[in-house]
Design a protein around this ligand. Structure first.
Ligand code: B16
Ligand code: MG
Length: 219
């Protein structure tokens, strides 16, 4: 197996727990339309773009919106609620174990990147003090097709100048694992196995992860 030279991190749900803020905002929107939206249903939205997420939510509620203008208005409303939460974030919101792991990777000369579908990634990285920390940041503003399309991870590998087969992805979304596998990369799921069964390995969080584990993955 090829040696891992670069690690690409998803943002929402891996570096920070913004996945819960996305869920709360979509649930609020669903409730305004008069239906409920469960955490299980929310799994389908993880890693997917804002407008694609809206389409899925509306189909779950049996709501039809025909005009693109109205869809954008509703998506912007959800984003406004979501941003109210991310603007309150601080470096303390980085998930346990993540910062030390990132520092260890840098110190052992791994390239590190962000591969996120989010157009709010820049704001989040700034709020948590990781702006400028990664060798490459590919986010929702730089891609045309969101996960499960592999574009975001291929672009990150290109920017790092590392072959996809030498990249490892950490992801909390089934769509993200699919994108990483399509890109020809190793994929580690972060969360529950039942949601991430296509990953090469699943870890519950970053509490027990270290660089030696990465080296052993490919030995
Ligand atoms: P935004 P990730 C994804 O980020 C989220 O998982 C997904 O729930 C969200 O809809 C998408 O970003 C777009 O986010 O509305 O902020 O542009 O997990 O790929 O970092
Ligand atoms: Mg995610």
């Amino acid at each position: 197996m090829q040696k891992i030279k670069a690690i690409i991190f998803d943002l929402d749900g891996v570096i920070v727990d913004t996945a819960i803020f996305h869920y709360q905002a979509w649930k609020r929107l669903a409730n305004e339309y008069g239906f409920d939206f469960t955490p299980e249903q929310n799994e389908r939205l993880k890693g997917i773009s804002r407008l694609e997420s809206l389409e899925i939510l509306l189909s779950i509620g049996g709501i039809e919106i025909s005009s693109a203008e109205e869809k954008n208005r509703v998506a912007n409303k959800k984003n406004k609620w979501y941003r109210e939460n991310i603007l309150k974030m601080t470096p303390n919101d980085i998930l346990p174990g993540v910062k030390n792991f990132l520092i260890d990777l840098k110190n052992t000369n791994y390239k590190i990147a962000i591969g996120s579908s989010s157009k709010n990634a820049g704001t989040i990285l700034e709020k948590i003090g990781l702006d400028g920390f990664f060798d490459s940041v590919i986010d929702g503003l730089k891609i045309t097709n969101s996960k499960p399309d592999p574009e975001v991870f291929i672009k990150a590998a290109n920017e790092l100048n590392i072959d996809p087969e030498n990249c490892l992805v950490f992801e909390d979304a089934a769509a993200g694992i699919e994108a990483a596998k399509k890109a020809g990369m190793l994929a580690i799921g972060v969360g529950k196995y039942e949601n991430l069964s296509n990953a090469d390995k699943v870890i519950p969080d970053f509490n027990d992860i270290n660089v030696f584990m990465i080296e052993n993955l490919t030995n």
